[in-house]
Design a protein around this ligand. Structure first.
Ligand SMILES: Cc1cc2nc3c(=O)[nH]c(=O)nc-3n(C[C@H](O)[C@H](O)[C@H](O)COP(=O)(O)OP(=O)(O)OC[C@H]3O[C@@H](n4cnc5c(N)ncnc54)[C@H](O)[C@@H]3O)c2cc1C
Length: 370
């Protein structure tokens, strides 16, 4: 293979969105993915919520790319027939001392330019979400749901139409920076692959890939911590359409209630640290059912314990292990002596929502090179 213009490592929602954005007649794009197809890791193991953008401090990439990505996603869905639904969402304060936090979220949302937010009283909630118990709430019109498989199929099909090549069952093992570009040693491909520009969209392993490129990930603050999130699904649908969230917890958004395209409900995810592994376990610990039930009963008092059954799980690539806020890292690494190398690290939630805006941001980073 001759030198490739752009190689993208990883075919999750983010790598696919970037492949779609960068591919075209004047640029050869190759995506290297270690699994047999796209979206076998975090991008198919999440809540599939289109976030409005009020959880993140103003001015951060998470805030800006969530709001921009959400608008782009709704537009793609409308124009290309991808399933999505603006369900709306209620963040429920279950005790008086939580109401101040609701107001803070509301103000943060205003600062982030989030449309359709309003504070609700107990009686508003009774009308808008019967069966939900809360002393006050924050309502978001713009929150919705999407089918992540449909979205990834759309990115992948458009990237292919624009000439991108996908190498499945190929794992990047070693990286050699050259005088101009990079040589990637890839298990599953007979020859090494030379690339002018490399986009590291390797999700849970993005820090390892950055390390292989020669970055000291501890000095750079790039080391990832894995936090698992389990889901329990409900046996029977509830007469509730909006998504119901508690106030955010230390490591996540709290165990929330979501609905899918078929009207099925599920609760989750929880959040706990796990050891890194070559093949991580996505099993659900059935003993966690009790905690899920107790947490959800704070805002769904009628929920029966027997309704909950083990569902799926995903793993968050977090840049902080103590719950403190860390922003997405999306950066072209010329300043570290790696021109044309773009790292995307710590792309946890709202990475699915932000994916089209992340792709635009990466394209802007690369413009600086030319
Ligand atoms: C429990 C949970 C709930 C979430 N809920 C939401 C939500 O409701 N809304 C939202 O917006 N976001 C949500 N997110 C976040 C969202 O899922 C992620 O931000 C997004 O999927 C990240 O996509 P990605 O492409 O960066 O990573 P991934 O989907 O992990 O893709 C990375 C790819 O890189 C490949 N790869 C890794 N190493 C190599 C290598 N050496 N060689 C070749 N390929 C390699 C992997 O196989 C993988 O396919 C949630 C995340 C979790 C864990």
């Amino acid at each position: 293979m001759d030198e490739i213009d752009v190689v993208i490592i990883g075919a999750g929602a983010v790598g696919l969105a970037v492949a779609r954005r960068l591919s075209g007649p004047d640029r050869q794009v190759v995506v290297i993915e270690r699994h047999a197809r796209y979206g076998m890791e975090t991008s198919s193991r999440n809540s599939e919520v289109i976030h409005a953008g009020f959880y993140y401090p103003a001015g951060t990439l998470k805030a800006r790319l969530c709001v921009a990505g959400r608008r782009l996603l709704y537009d793609f869905c409308r124009r290309h027939g991808i399933f999505c639904r603006k369900t709306g969402k209620l963040v429920a304060a279950c005790s008086e001392d939580e109401t101040a936090k609701l107001e803070k979220l509301y103000e943060q949302g205003q600062a982030n330019g989030v449309e359709g937010l309003r504070l609700l009283t107990r009686s508003d909630i009774g009308r808008m979400a019967p069966g939900v118990s809360a002393v006050a709430g924050l309502w978001s019109d713009e929150t919705g749901i999407i089918n992540s498989e449909d979205l990834m199929r759309f990115y992948w099909a458009q990237a292919q139409e624009r000439g991108a090549i996908f190498l499945w069952n190929c794992e990047v093992k070693e990286i050699e920076p050259k005088s101009h570009g990079y040589r990637l040693h890839v298990q599953g491909n007979d020859e090494p692959i030379d690339a002018h520009i490399v986009i590291n969209a390797a999700g849970l392993n993005a820090d390892t890939i950055a390390q292989k490129a020669g970055i000291n990930i501890d000095e750079a603050g790039y080391r990832l911590f894995w936090f698992k999130g389990e889901y329990f699904s409900l046996r029977k649908p509830l007469p509730i359409i909006p998504l119901i969230y508690p106030l955010p917890s230390k490591h996540g958004l709290g165990i929330h209630l979501t609905i899918d395209r078929q009207g099925r409900h599920r609760l989750g995810p929880n959040a706990f640290a796990i050891e890194r592994a070559q093949t991580p376990s996505y099993d659900i610990d059935p003993s966690h059912r009790e905690v899920f039930w107790k947490e959800a009963r704070r805002y769904l008092p009628g929920l029966q314990f027997d309704e909950l059954q083990p569902g799926t799980a995903g793993i968050r690539p977090k840049l902080s292990s103590d719950g403190s806020f860390r922003d997405f890292i999306i950066t072209e690494e010329s300043k570290r002596g790696l021109p044309g190398w773009v790292n995307l690290i710590g792309i946890e939630s709202p990475g699915l929502t932000a994916s089209p805006a992340i792709a635009e941001y990466v394209a802007d980073c690369l413009k600086l090179l030319t």
